[in-house]
Design a protein around this ligand. Structure first.
Ligand code: ADP
Length: 274
């Protein structure tokens, strides 16, 4: 009978305990770095609209308030900066909640076509004003029932379609289409023939606060957080966001979702086995 040397066993246990603690410390360090970078990025981003609003208000107080036309113009600009600040704070809150795992996903079955029709209705005014035609492919006439968190997938689609409109010139098009992937998944695609993304920027656009053209994105009311939020939401659906884009030609953003009937079938299968 072989007996294990107790000293060796204790040594092994100590070494494995030390390793697990080392890993924990590494993770804590990583989280702390992330938190520090996040706070630095957020403070930097918050400064822009605050600084702009401050500038307009102070100029008004320094005398511009006495001229009716100038007063109106500056108040409008200050209001625009405060609106941007409001959007930014909402996006920062969403991203910090998702990243810290505070937001729980509520999975349900819903109709993806119905959701897209609703979003088209919501963005109709915006696309019309911009002169961008917004449409959905007619290839699928029946509801496309998928499984996911309705509110969060709505947010994903709203971000992608808003971007398609935002980065496409007057006379352009933004289109939503679908494609079956195997039996189990449906691909959702948002295509535009807008400005496209330079190849050197493509790998970075999903990073928080990354914009290809910072000042133009801000001017268009962008927070630089939309795609980062999209990426996180899809990750919690075991999915991923992809983009194919050609500079000055256009872009297609796409992701896959599980079809609900496929999941039902699998669930039934499991029940039968029990
Ligand atoms: P933003 O609020 O600036 O739109 P996003 O995170 O949604 O931030 O997008 C990041 C950057 O990716 C944008 O600033 C823009 O440069 C680029 N981008 C996103 N969608 C498109 C698109 N459909 N066409 C061209 N560029 C895009």
């Amino acid at each position: 009978m072989s007996s294990v040397n107790p000293l060796k066993r204790i040594n092994r246990e100590i070494s494995s305990f030390a390793k697990s603690k080392e890993k924990e410390i590494e993770e804590l360090k990583e989280r702390e770095n992330f938190r520090r970078e996040f706070i630095a990025d957020v403070s930097h981003e918050l400064k822009t609209p605050i600084f702009a609003a401050q500038g307009f208000v102070h100029t008004l107080l320094d005398g511009a308030i006495n001229d009716k036309e100038v007063r109106k113009k500056f108040l409008k600009k200050a209001a625009k900066s405060l609106d941007a600040l409001d959007l930014l704070v909402a996006d920062i809150l969403t991203i910090s909640q998702i990243e810290s795992g505070e937001i729980k996903m509520h999975f349900e079955n819903f109709d993806m076509r119905g959701m897209c029709a609703e979003i088209i209705d919501q963005l109709d005014g915006k696309s019309e004003k911009k002169g961008v035609e917004l449409k959905m492919s007619k290839k699928y006439k029946d509801p496309i029932i998928v499984r996911g968190d309705y509110r969060r997938i709505y947010q994903v689609m709203l971000n992608l379609i808003s971007n398609a409109i935002k980065y496409t010139k007057n006379g352009g098009q933004a289109k939503i289409s679908f494609k079956e992937i195997e039996d189990s998944k449906i691909r959702i695609m948002v295509t535009d023939n807008g400005r496209g993304i330079p190849e050197s920027d493509i790998s970075r656009i999903f990073e928080r606060f990354y914009r290809v053209d910072k000042s133009r994105s801000r001017e268009k009311g962008g927070t630089g957080l939309g795609l980062s939020i999209v990426k996180h939401i899809l990750e919690s659906h075991d999915s991923e966001i992809f983009v194919e884009s050609e500079y000055k030609i256009g872009s297609t953003f796409y992701f896959d979702l599980n079809k609900a009937n496929y999941i039902d079938k699998v669930d039934e299968g499991w029940e039968e086995e029990e």
